[in-house]
Design a protein. Structure first.
Length: 122
């Protein structure tokens, strides 16, 4: 779980925090993260972000920070078991994990099943 100000404030809305919850074994083990707000009527789903690699545990680690200093928080999503193919004869895959950064600029374009772009490999 993490929370932050992920969305730009609309002229007729008060500034609100959103919460994010990860489910690393959802979607056939590719994982997903749901961003939602708590309303008087219950939870309101805002965005669902789906992982793209089987078994990477996408969404098991979440953090929020204003990385680009625009006044809105970016959501950092960890996939600690992410791996990629390597070309050496001794190894088939290189397990190194990755961190995805989900920015408010992307949430304006995509509301459901938005793709994540790996921005930093560990």
């Amino acid at each position: 779980m993490s929370s932050g100000k992920y969305f730009p404030r609309q002229w007729n809305q008060a500034e609100a925090f959103s919460s994010a919850g990860g489910s690393p074994r959802a979607r056939g083990l590719t994982g997903e993260v749901v961003i939602f707000q708590i309303r008087d009527t219950g939870l309101e789903e805002q965005v669902v972000i789906v992982g793209d690699q089987f078994g990477s545990y996408f969404g098991s680690v979440l953090a929020s920070a204003d990385v680009n200093n625009d006044g809105l928080d970016e959501l950092l999503i960890g996939a600690p078991l992410f791996n990629e193919p390597v070309t050496t004869a001794s190894e088939t895959f290189l397990d190194h994990g990755t961190v995805y950064m989900y920015s408010s600029a992307l949430t304006v374009k995509r509301k459901r099943n938005a793709p994540c772009i790996p921005t930093l490999d560990l």
